[in-house]
Design a protein around this ligand. Sequence first.
Ligand code: RB5
Length: 153
Amino acid sequence: MKLVIGCDHAAFGLKERIKAYLIERGDEVEDVGAFSEASVDYPQIGMQVAAGVSAGRYGRGILMCGTGLGMSMVANRFAHVRAALCNDLFSAAMSRRHNDANILVIGGRIVGDVLALEIVRVWLETSFEGGRHQRRLDLFDEVPDCNCVDRRA
Ligand code: RB5
């Protein structure tokens, strides 16, 4: 599976560690930056990763910023993106088993490198369970997006 990875300055070091880990595992990975600790605006990077996953150019993506919050907010505005902020192993596993998350988000100022690598491993190796969880994901199509007025309210 082809992966895309991105971060802002707050998680540059973690992104480099994770990229090295993915390459070591034999995954194909595209890095869209940031490429240093110089300050960047996280939506610029989050958009590139989420657009690529949304369009099907990558099977899954990994995003990191200081908390993981900003990247999650940006990524989840894209169609077909289910970005999950996972700063613990249980969330990483459940985001795959129940939510079929296709973008993993980690807070580089919250999680240490060793735990982050384990979160990535679990997230990549855990399968979606389907069944009733697929039915629930299908309902996402009925959730109004930000450009749509919800007339049911
Ligand atoms: C950058 O200072 C920080 O705001 C960013 O990395 C992220 O935590 C935003 O949600």
